[in-house]
Design a protein around this ligand. Sequence first.
Ligand code: NI
Length: 141
Amino acid sequence: MAELSRTGISLERDLLAGFDKLIARRGYKNRSEALRDLIRDALLTEIADSNKPVVGTLTLVYDHHVPNLSQKLTEMQHHGGTKVLAATHVHLDHNYCLEVVIMRGRSKEIKELADRMLAMRGVELGKLVVTNSGAALKHSH
Ligand code: NI
């Protein structure tokens, strides 16, 4: 772990009580680790909202019986160029397929590609999770 700095913060008593309950439910041993994670999450959100390099994991659930959908999704990934690092396909049941697509690139490009795949008719559920290495958080200025 990097060198630590100490800081003190002032909070309303009710707000702190609510925070303590929240972190207990989430299994944190102390406030410091919970606060560190909240701060990292806020920094990551800022990176994802900018156009910085990120890693994106897109999960798609789609109807296997919609004509050509599987081919179209594969086509979009091919045309995504080097952004797509890997994709995993699982035949969930008779009707549905699950696909997880791992991408790396500028956050806007990844969101755009993910949105286009999610908008396809027959794609019924899906979510893009944007993340990055911890190292990127330290250099996010
Ligand atoms: Ni399938």
